[in-house]
Design a protein around this ligand. Structure first.
Ligand SMILES: [Zn+2]
Length: 561
């Protein structure tokens, strides 16, 4: 699960077309441990199967399942064996269980990095590291550009809100200077989409820009301090490579991107008669549009580029109806995690029990439920343990862009990091309001006897931050089934347990199998997911986006036949 990502919302632009693994600047809580509770009983066969899978996938032997490591490959082999044991068919490349996912990892090299403003006969050199950080390039080990500059405010064209930062500007051959995030009027899905890295890069690249400088604003700096951006930018970022060797989601014309500390922003407006502080405020209110900046900017970056191979694990339950078996309902859960990193209390292995061994184990149990039912769903069902999620949803992007099966994908049901450390009576279906999947889920939940709760943290816009978004981008209706928030007893508060996990163990070595995971609730989530898949798989009409829905309008396309 990616809570605060560079791809979306908080660190949108540190990597040109690739993404750093996410991290969380939230301060750790002083609470040393979860409030003492008796270990939850695990007394159902389904719960016991899920626990057994979690204990294996989150074992130290898997070394944290990092993309490109032998530990990840061992975990992938294990999932393939489990799919075979359940009785599914391999549905990866060439009759195997695996789909190849090729990546490039790019790392910023400090030597040769430069950001300079040439104006009125003098040159202002920004200091590397404390004033600016170039993003590593996925394509070029060395980039040197000098070009005229144009300020484009937030760099957003949102016809829905009548907002166009590019009106009347020519970006061709220029370096754009822009702010992260979006004006205050942007909320929810519109905020998430327009402040996302792919949307931004595409917006300026399609207008001909050759470089981009992102100035942190005071509001952005309050949430993501420069020290945090510095620590993130030291890590490699990854990009997906397609079968023709092209780097996906990286517009080739846009050659260099750099982030600039808020403390250096004034230099860019020097000589324009405007102060950075005034421009920040006007941009927040949506009251400023772009303008040409005097002089030119030089932007140089150096990168180390390496190829990395990983893979998705893909299994299929063939549909039972000849007419519909060519269509597919796709379950996903990411199998990768962060590997071996910084040690905490002598433990350096980031086991990722909840993020996301638990999600994979729930999908395995869902597969078993569907396989052992009297009749398979009419449509075919795919179960995909995707890789490289922590690197920017890359395994799911690979699968959604280039599926290993012929015939359309009609829906995606994703499970990521269900934080089931306190007993709950509900499930949170993220993004369900966008499509006709809602009616199917309500029917399934009624039968299973589980309540559905609205997203308790809508401001986190999680719908665009896990693997379902890769399917959404291909126009495929999707839902992310998350753990619940309604307490099942009056002693344990699930929201408090979630907050505790996010503060203390999210993306840390203590996300491991000794957490008090409620496997009975995990089994209930698997039952619900399975019943949802049956209903969607058997309903004659394919799921569709609701009339006028933002995602449907933005990404909807005629279904792939
Ligand atoms: Zn994660």
């Amino acid at each position: 699960m990616r809570r605060l990502t560079c791809l979306f919302v908080l660190l949108p632009l540190l990597m040109l077309g690739a993404c750093h693994r996410d991290a969380d600047p939230v301060a750790p809580s002083s609470e040393p441990a979860l409030p003492a509770t008796p270990p939850p009983p695990n007394d159902t066969p389904a719960g016991q199967r899920i626990e057994a899978d979690v204990r294996i996938l989150a074992d130290d032997a898997m070394e944290g399942r990092e993309t490109g490591t032998p530990g990840y490959d061992r975990a992938a082999e294990y999932v393939a064996r489990r799919f075979a044991e359940i009785g599914l068919e391999p549905a990866g490349d060439d009759g195997t269980w695996f789909q190849r996912v090729s990546l490039v990892a790019s790392t910023r090299v400090a030597d040769g990095a430069r950001l300079a403003i040439h104006r009125g006969g003098r040159t202002i050199e920004l200091r590397h590291d404390d004033q600016f950080l170039p993003s590593p390039s996925a394509r070029d080990t060395a980039v040197d550009i000098t070009a005229p500059a144009v300020f484009v405010a937030h760099g957003i064209h949102a016809p829905d809100l009548g907002h166009d930062d590019f009106a009347g500007l020519n970006l061709a051959g220029k370096i754009v200077v822009t702010f992260p995030d979006a004006p205050d009027a942007f909320t929810g899905d519109l905020l998430a989409y327009h402040s996302s890295s792919p949307a931004r890069l595409e917006a300026v690249a399609s207008r001909g820009a050759v470089g981009m400088v992102v100035l942190a604003t005071p509001a952005h700096a309050a949430r993501a301090p420069w020290a945090f951006i510095q620590s993130m930018s030291a890590k490699p970022g990854m990009s997906l490579v397609d079968d023709d060797g092209n780097i996906v989601d990286t517009p080739p014309g846009l050659r260099a991107v750099a982030a600039v500390n808020v403390t250096a922003a004034d230099a860019f407006f020097d000589g324009t008669g405007k102060l950075a502080a005034e421009i920040f405020d006007a941009a927040r209110r949506g009251e400023i549009r772009g303008f040409d900046l005097p002089g030119t900017i030089t932007l140089s970056s150096r990168s180390k580029i390496e190829r990395i191979e990983t893979r998705n694990v893909v299994a299929k339950l063939p549909g039972s109806d000849a007419a519909l078996a060519g269509e597919h309902v796709v379950y996903t859960a990411h199998l990768d995690h962060l590997g071996i990193g910084e040690a905490v209390d002598g433990d350096a292995i980031h086991n990722g029990a909840i993020d996301n061994a638990l999600g994979v184990a729930i999908v395995l149990e869902t597969a078993r439920e569907l396989k052992t039912a009297a009749v398979a769903p009419k449509r075919s069902t795919l179960f995909v343990a995707v890789g490289a999620e922590e690197q920017g949803l890359l395994g799911s992007r690979r699968f959604a862009l280039t599926p290993t099966v012929a015939g359309p994908l009609v829906a995606n049901i994703n499970i990521d990091m269900p934080m089931l450390t306190a007993p709950t009576s509900d499930i949170v279906p993220i993004g369900i309001e966008h499509s006709t999947l809602k009616a199917a889920l309500e029917e399934a939940a009624g039968e299973i006897g589980v309540a559905l709760s609205p997203d308790p943290f809508p401001e986190e816009v999680v719908f665009v931050r896990s693997d379902q978004f890769s399917f959404v981008r291909e126009g495929i209706p999707a839902v992310y089934l998350d753990g619940g928030v309604v307490a099942a007893n009056d002693r344990q508060d699930p929201k408090r347990a979630v907050t505790w996990f996010l503060r203390n163990c999210y993306h840390k070595p203590c996300d491991q199998a000794d957490l008090p995971i409620h496997y009975g609730d995990a089994a209930r989530l698997a039952r619900l997911a399975a019943r949802l898949g049956q209903i969607v798989g058997n309903t004659p009409e394919r799921p569709r986006w609701n009339e006028g829905n933002f995602f449907g309008r933005t990404f909807g396309k005629p279904p792939r036949e």
